[in-house]
Design a protein around this ligand. Sequence first.
Ligand code: NIG
Ligand code: FE
Length: 438
Amino acid sequence: MFVASTYAKKEIFSYVEPDLIIFNANELITMNTKFGAPRTGDNMSELAIIKNGALAVKEDRIIFVGTTEELMSKYEFGKISTKINASNKLVTPGFVDPHTHIIFDGTRENELSMKLEGKTYIEILKAGGGILKTVRDTRNATLEKLIENGKTILDKMMSYGTTTAETKSGYGLNTECEIKQLKAIQILNEEHPIDLIPTFLGAHAIPPEYTGKTDEYVDLIISDMIPKIAKEGLAEFCDVFCEQGIFSIKQTRKILKTAIRYGLKPQIHIDEIVDTNGALLASEIKAIQTGHLLKSNNEGLKALAESGVIATLLPGTPFCLMLEEYAPARKMIELGVPIALATDLNPNCWTESMQMIITLSCYHMKLSPAEALTAATINGACALQKQDEVGSLEIGKKADLIMFEVPNHEFLPYHFGVNLVSKVIKNGRIVVDYDLNS
Ligand code: NIG
Ligand code: FE
């Protein structure tokens, strides 16, 4: 196995031939971590751009980042097998999508007409739809079917530029089916180029057989699910849907404290519909990241800034729920809360496209294109504690990158609703190539 960090140190002593180079990039966005990982405040706009940029790859690692001129003087072009001319193009780190729910069966397109009639998310759920409809379908699905569904979604995510993603269980709500979902994630992680970070979300809703007995269900999560899942090494994170009428602050704290004791990292869905002081809990429990935050109060946001918990903003969800209100991203940036962006892909909010999320974040949460790109790459990597491996284009890191058919990063939200990808490179290999068709 080739170890690039070792190589990077030896670089001055020996010449290593790259397998692949990219040159002439109009903008090469390095997201160099010297500007912070995660980036906060004004540093969110610091993309560390190299004009006429170039990059070299050996096996799965980046071995050079600089200008095309520097690249030309360093390597003998004739010997390099893959040479990509990125003239007039934008090159960025691969997107890191730190919050998704891709393992499920069945669909919920019928809920759109209910939303148009004014039904709320919680009303649909309480009527047995929403998450509970997906739970019924997912319980009935075989492991193979869940893997097949997941693969279709991952292929599409990759075609839109995602190279690393977190994904959750949460549509089983019993030990057997939660484990089935996590096994599907494990197998997909082995078989698919996208790197997957698995999260256990047994506390996603109260299963029908526990209606009115939420505390008993919490006990099942604590005494049965978490120990088994931790023992089998099936999850890296544990998540809870902390919301009025779902899991309370007290129940969430109990679940996450147990998860931490079993070596799982905490994260929480908070303050999506009602402010339950979820942000304070996220900060108290030292969650690595916390999602939604539409209703979080100032005290909670300040606590997040102080404790460095990453707020993962999911603008696809208010968009699909037809809400007027989005998470207060500008206030968060002002307070110094580190923010990341994610799709929240699930049967209620179905998009594989981080480009779409960047667009929504600019038009509805007033992020600048630069801030949005930061939130979708290096800060997303930090939300998963993978910033040493992915999220920026630096020597020694994974060669995960996107070449876009546009000249600069401001185009990403500007030319919207279409896929702007020209190539995706994952672990040093071209895994998506639209240029072949042109
Ligand atoms: O993050 N809000 C809770 N969970 C998911 C939605 C899951 C679903 O509706 O199937 C979310 O939005
Ligand atoms: Fe979610």
